[in-house]
Design a protein around this ligand. Structure first.
Ligand code: F6P
Length: 329
């Protein structure tokens, strides 16, 4: 019978376990053996795997993190590491490799292609939603809800004290998480790559200070700014310090950080991840390779891995426009 290798790589995302379960259950139905490699690509290089059966995945659909563990694996950037991974895959007679991860993980797959001829499929697993040709990635929805829950709580304090808060959100270099969470939380201001000029920080800061002052003069109330990580030079703490020094505005900082990566996946992530896991196995059985399973308009699609990692999926322009014209302040 066929053998599929499965691993999770890069930042963990809620719903990865649901995807693992989908893969394993679909494989069992089709009499395919699943080799679960541990700690991302490290498992391939160290030949560290376990066989997965339906028993192993019976109780995991609701769990955050990943039972296979994850890692960022620098050895996949050099030929020795890639050759070692390929040797181990061949030794175990693996027919196909399914990787759940983000763009770094898919780059690893494409690099491995030079040394291993088997089938390769990717599942989009990242809270950043920064993969092309899929509307959503596994973990994105849950991360929004987790961040939202935290911001709602901060809002209580902000409102009780009429304070200004700057809250930093994850997303690496994309604003999907920041924009969606900002709108859902009713943030007075969203600072993200799509709408913030950081080449002239003085000007951007003055405009922000002016907006805060206008609101505060009308009626003293809380003011929440959500800020994308990696956006503001020096980070969100620098932004707050500059607001104080240049405009005498007190601003409390909160970096939500890895809270956003954890927790039980929501229903949307669980259903999507399960579908994607099953679809990946079906794709393998159809002989597909070098593809990512995506979801577009609620349907499963297969897209070339290369096009999935272009990093061109923009935040919906209606959201950006609505924020600047109607919701601001
Ligand atoms: O890609 C997921 C992510 O959480 C990003 O949002 C963030 O920039 C990065 O990973 C953080 O990586 P690490 O957990 O290695 O610090």
């Amino acid at each position: 019978s066929k053998r599929i290798a499965l691993l999770t790589s890069g930042g963990d995302a809620p719903g990865m376990n649901a995807a693992i379960r989908g893969v394993v259950l679909a494989c069992e139905k089709h009499d395919v053996q699943v080799y679960g490699y541990l700690q991302g690509y490290n498992g391939l290089i160290d030949d560290n795997y376990c066989l997965l059966t339906s028993d192993d995945v019976a109780q995991i659909v609701h769990l955050g993190g990943t039972i296979l563990k994850s890692a960022r694996c620098p050895q996949m950037c050099d030929d020795d590491g890639l050759k070692q991974a390929a040797t181990n895959l061949m030794k175990s007679k693996i027919d196909a490799l399914i990787v759940i991860g983000g763009d770094g993980s898919f780059n690893g797959l494409l690099a491995l292609k030079r040394f291993w001829p088997g089938q390769m499929l990717g599942l989009p697993g990242t809270i950043d939603n920064d993969l092309d040709n899929t509307d959503y990635t596994i973990g994105f929805s849950t991360a929004i809800n987790t961040a939202l829950d935290a911001i709602d709580k901060i809002r209580d304090t902000a409102q009780a004290f009429d304070r200004v808060f700057a809250i930093e959100l994850m997303g690496r270099h994309s604003g999907h998480l920041t924009f969606n969470t900002g709108i859902a939380s009713g943030a007075e201001h969203i600072m993200s790559f799509e709408n913030t000029n950081v080449s002239d920080t003085d000007k951007t800061l003055s405009e922000l200070a002016q907006e805060i002052n206008v609101i505060k003069q009308k009626r003293n109330r809380s003011y929440v700014i959500v800020v994308a990580e990696n956006l503001w030079p020096g980070g969100v703490q620098t932004l707050a310090t500059q607001l104080k020094q240049s405009h005498n505005i007190d601003c409390t900082v909160c970096v939500l950080g890895h809270i956003q990566r954890g927790g039980n996946p929501d229903a949307k992530d669980r259903v999507m991840a399960t579908r994607m896991g099953v679809a990946a196995v079906q794709a393998v059985l159809l002989g597909e390779t070098d593809k990512m399973v995506g979801e577009v308009n609620q349907e499963m699609v297969l897209v070339p891995l290369k096009t999935a990692i272009q990093q061109t999926k923009a935040v919906n322009s209606h959201l950006v426009e609505m924020q600047s014209t109607i919701l601001k302040g």
